[in-house]
Design a protein around this ligand. Structure first.
Ligand SMILES: Nc1ncnc2c1ncn2[C@@H]1O[C@H](COP(=O)(O)OP(=O)(O)O)[C@@H](O)[C@H]1O
Ligand SMILES: [Mg+2]
Length: 246
C-alpha cells in the first residue's frame, strides 16, 4: 500500500566497529501503531535515528511514503529549553519551519490543550512535574501534525500511574490524528497495551525475532490491562523471547 513506511534490510555498524543492528526488514502500514520491543542496547534508538535520517544505514534503506519533513520525534528525556515557556518549547518546530511567531504560538497553545496542559502555556519546565514536561514534549512533537511519530521510550522515567495515564492520552491522540506511531520500549506490557503490532528485536546486534499482531480493538481502557486478551498477547511475546533464549 502506498503511504507505508518500509524498512528494507536495515543494518548499522558504527565507525568504532559496534554492530548495533544486524538486519531489520518491516513494512509499517500508514496509520498503524507499532512497538519496537527489545533489551537495552539492541539497537532500538538506532532504528528510530535511521528512520529519522539522523544516521545513515550501513546497509539497506528506509523507504518513505512521501517526505521526511512530516516527522515528529519524542525522546526519552523531554529535552525542553529550560529558559523557555511551555508554549515557546511546543512552538519550536513551527518557528524552525519559519511560521510567523503569532501563528506558531497559537498552534502551540492548541497542542498544549490537546495534551491536558491548558493554562500552562507560560509555565517554565522547572515549574512542571516530570509527567507534565513529557506532555510538553508530546505537544512539541505533534504541533506540526506529523504523519509519522517516532517515540523513544518516552515514558520510561515516569512512575507507573503517570505512565498509564500518558499511555491512554497517547492512544487518544493517535485515534484523533492517525499518525503512524512507532514506539520503542523495553516493557512487554506497555508494548501490548499500546500496539496493534509488536516487532521484537534480539539482543545486540538487533535482529527481528518475532512480529506479533495484537488484535485487541481500540479504545483500550484500563480493564484491558487485566483481560484474558491482554494476557494472550503478552504470553505470545514472552514465549518468543523464551524460545529465543533457549
Ligand atoms: N554513535 C554511536 N557510536 C558507537 N556505538 C553506538 C553509537 N550509538 C549507539 N551505539 C551502540 O549501539 C548499540 C545499540 O544502541 P541503541 O540503538 O542506543 O540501543 P537501544 O536503544 O536498544 O538501547 C549499543 O551497544 C550502543 O552502545
Ligand atoms: Mg535507546
Amino acid at each position: 500500500m502506498s503511504g507505508d513506511l518500509r524498512l528494507d534490510r536495515l543494518a548499522k555498524t558504527f565507525p568504532n566497529g559496534t554492530a548495533a543492528l544486524e538486519e531489520l526488514s518491516a513494512d509499517i502500514a500508514a496509520g498503524a501503531f507499532v512497538s519496537l520491543l527489545g533489551p537495552s542496547g539492541c539497537g532500538k534508538s538506532t532504528v528510530l535515528r535511521l528512520i529519522a535520517g539522523l544516521e545513515e544505514p550501513t546497509r539497506g534503506r528506509v523507504d518513505w511514503p512521501q517526505t521526511r519533513g512530516s516527522l515528529g520525534f519524542i525522546f526519552q528525556e523531554p529535552t525542553l529549553m529550560a529558559w523557555a515557556s511551555a508554549a515557546k518549547n511546543a512552538a519550536l518546530p513551527l518557528e524552525l519551519a519559519g511560521a510567523p511567531r503569532s501563528e506558531a504560538h497559537a498552534r502551540a497553545c492548541a497542542a498544549l490543550a490537546k495534551v491536558g496542559l491548558e493554562g500552562f502555556a507560560n509555565a517554565l519546565p522547572r515549574e512542571l512535574s516530570g509527567g507534565m514536561r513529557m506532555r510538553v514534549s508530546i505537544a512539541r512533537a505533534l504541533v506540526a501534525e506529523p504523519e509519522v511519530l517516532l517515540m523513544d521510550e518516552p515514558f520510561a522515567a515516569l512512575d507507573e500511574f503517570t505512565r498509564s495515564k500518558l499511555n491512554d492520552d497517547l492512544l487518544r491522540l493517535w485515534a484523533e490524528r492517525r499518525f503512524t506511531g512507532i514506539f520503542v520500549t523495553h516493557s512487554v506490557f506497555e508494548a501490548v497495551y499500546l500496539s496493534q503490532r509488536i516487532l521484537i528485536l534480539s539482543g545486540r546486534p538487533g535482529r527481528l525475532i518475532a512480529d506479533i499482531e495484537n488484535p485487541a480493538p481500540y479504545p483500550r481502557a484500563s480493564g484491558y490491562r487485566t483481560s484474558p486478551e491482554f494476557n494472550a498477547t503478552a504470553r505470545e511475546i514472552l514465549k518468543a523471547l523464551e524460545d529465543r533464549a533457549a
